[in-house]
Design a binder for this molecule. Sequence first.
Ligand code: ADP
Ligand code: VHF
Length: 372
Amino acid sequence: MAKKRIVIKIGSSSLTTNQGKLSEKQMEHVTQMIAASYRDNYEVIVISSGAVSAGFGEMGYPVRPQTLKGKQAAASVGQTVLMRHYQDRLNANGVVSAQLLLTRADFTDEERYHHMFNTFDELFKRGVVPIINENDATAVDELTFGDNDMLASLVSGFIHADQLIIWTDVDGIYNGNPLTDAHAEKIYSLTGLPAELIDGIDNSSSSSVGTGGMKSKLSAADRALSMGVPVFIGNGIHQHAVHDVIAGQGNGTYLYPTTDRPMKTKKQWIAFHSDIKGSLTVDNGAAEALVENYHSLLPVGIISVQGEFIEGDVITVYDSDGNLLGNGKAGISKNELATMIASGSSPASKTRTAIHRDDWITIKEEKKGESL
Ligand SMILES: Nc1ncnc2c1ncn2[C@@H]1O[C@H](COP(=O)(O)OP(=O)(O)O)[C@@H](O)[C@H]1O
Ligand SMILES: N[C@@H](CCC(=O)OP(=O)(O)O)C(=O)O
């Protein structure tokens, strides 16, 4: 039987103190948990925050720095501290670990995206536990993942994880912030994530080292669910905590996807990572063919073309009311399509393929992974 692949995301609040130091005790619990999961025969991937928080104290900052250069410098100090602890403690438990510092561009660039897949594959084959963080020292605001919750979600979709576990300092999702609302009630499990729940949750963080609070976790969870990955959000890191989560006994909230078909890696790239070069507006028949009937898009159904793109570029498709339908790889360049539209219905406009169904992903409402 194939090993279960589990992505574990550990927030700064689960690893460091508010004074900018790694907590030896928490680090020991985390690494014992990883080693036990490894022994339990899970394929474990760790997304670890904590670089900024583990580094700022060593640099003499009294509190977490607010400037970009301060955070980037602190991260470059803290990341080595973090990895030294992971490596020493995991090695002592017979586990070999690897460090991967990722940037947005590793996902956006299709070639890097494929290479990254091969690297993960080789690490898994060799039984190595990848420990991933964003490359904070060079990541610039507009080009970041937002936070490590989103990075964990993207990685879990990318490697088709069986479970994403987001460890934090609260025992699950509540219908209000449990820190400030005594009447907030815990949600134990949900299938899909209603947009009202995500919108209604505030983005405050209880610790001075966390980023984004529960709201960012829900947005990230929503993305993982859309790729078919179940998510658990909770607390209580201990040696057998991963086993407990998989056994349905975790101390938190279980979120289940509405689809049981994982989204293919190629379609994830088209949907979430690619650089969009242009767009098409299509008539109702073409919209139905693409979204409902999983057919390829023929030029005859295209009303207008926007942007500049060549064959192979990713473009977005809208219906005639301006609603987003999804993304696909263009099979015909913008110039050629524009000429075809201007010359009206022709044999070529009914036989050539503007977007092949294998290069199409519907992004509508629940962003369901149909036609995968
Ligand atoms: N509706 C909610 N349910 C649970 N926690 C919430 C909610 N709204 C806000 N929070 C806050 O989110 C915090 C977790 O986010 P954060 O501090 O960023 O964690 P981490 O550092 O582990 O990533 C909780 O401690 C809690 O105070
Ligand atoms: N990459 C940053 C962490 C960013 C982040 O998302 O933090 P957190 O909310 O604690 O998971 C670091 O290592 O300090």
